[in-house]
Design a protein around this ligand. Structure first.
Ligand code: ADP
Ligand code: UDP
Ligand code: MG
Length: 237
């Protein structure tokens, strides 16, 4: 519970802790639990987070495959889109802006999305995260790195033909304001222009795993499974 660590840390006035925390980046200061250990409240050091970004166009099957990854490998699933829709439903200050942005198929300002993701990560007891549908732009990516202070271990790209994505989204039937032909066209343009550069960035970094996202859900998962199975053998996961 990284949020609890953070709040305890702020209540400790020792200059050693203050100096140490300021030298650490945000993530480290949240995760090391220095403050708690100094007080003897806890506790073992938290595990290093293992972060997977799940990318792909609208309807490529990100959410569907995330459910299977959670079931098989025990990750926490953080869907950026779901977090934003929750903000709309809760009528928060940003709700109206988020709704308009989603209707237009555009991208919500990075700070808003990263803050929501950060909150969920802090609240989670898990150290393995699937971040679904984020980052969608280079600006999103940089903002995550700056605010959270870590990079993903793995980036999955569900590569699906546009025609198939459109068909799936129009049949999704979840009552979403953006599941209509007009918005899908805009989202596909945004995906090509803003999201593909992020995918290329991770490809160049050697972190990208491309999945051919056509076939049955189970067939697609058989491409995903070995990726995490290999990481499970390593001490980092
Ligand atoms: N392999 C598949 N074949 C056919 N339909 C699929 C497949 N995977 C997912 N779907 C369906 O397509 C729609 C979009 O899938 P979803 O997981 O929501 O995609 P995304 O999160 O990438 O937008 C959903 O209705 C889902 O049930
Ligand atoms: O990091 C994100 C994730 C989502 N969205 C907005 O939320 C919409 C729906 O995203 P979601 O991931 O739920 O869609 P999916 O790709 O799963 O269909 C996107 O089109 C964007 O308008 C955003 O602005 N930033
Ligand atoms: Mg989705």
């Amino acid at each position: 519970m990284w949020r609890r660590v953070a709040s305890l840390s702020s209540s400790i006035s020792s200059s050693f802790l203050a100096q140490t925390a300021s030298r650490l980046n945000t993530w480290e200061s949240l995760t090391t639990g220095i403050a708690q250990q100094a007080k003897g409240v806890i506790a073992p050091k938290e595990k290093t987070p293992f972060i997977t970004f799940v990318l792909g166009g609208p309807g490529s099957g990100k959410g569907t495959q995330c459910i299977k990854i959670v079931e098989t490998f025990g990750f926490a699933h953080l869907s950026a889109g779901d977090l934003l829709r929750r903000e709309i439903a809760s009528k928060s200050a940003d709700g109206a802006m988020i709704l308009n942005t989603i209707k237009e198929g555009k991208i919500v300002p990075s700070q808003v999305t990263v803050k929501l993701i950060q909150k969920e990560m802090e609240l989670s007891d898990n150290h393995k995260f699937l971040i679904d549908g984020f980052p969608r732009t280079e600006e999103n990516r940089v903002s995550f790195e700056q605010i959270i202070g870590v990079e993903p271990n793995v980036v999955l790209f569900f590569d699906c033909p546009e025609e198939e994505m459109v068909k799936r989204v129009l049949n999704r039937n979840e009552g979403r304001v953006d599941d209509n032909l007009e918005t899908i066209k805009k989202r596909l343009t945004v995906f090509q222009a803003l999201s593909l550069p992020v995918i290329n960035y991770y490809s160049e970094k050697g972190k990208l795993y491309t999945i051919k996202a056509i076939g049955t859900e189970d067939e697609i998962f058989e491409q995903v499974r070995p990726i995490f199975a290999a990481f499970e053998k390593r001490p980092s996961l």
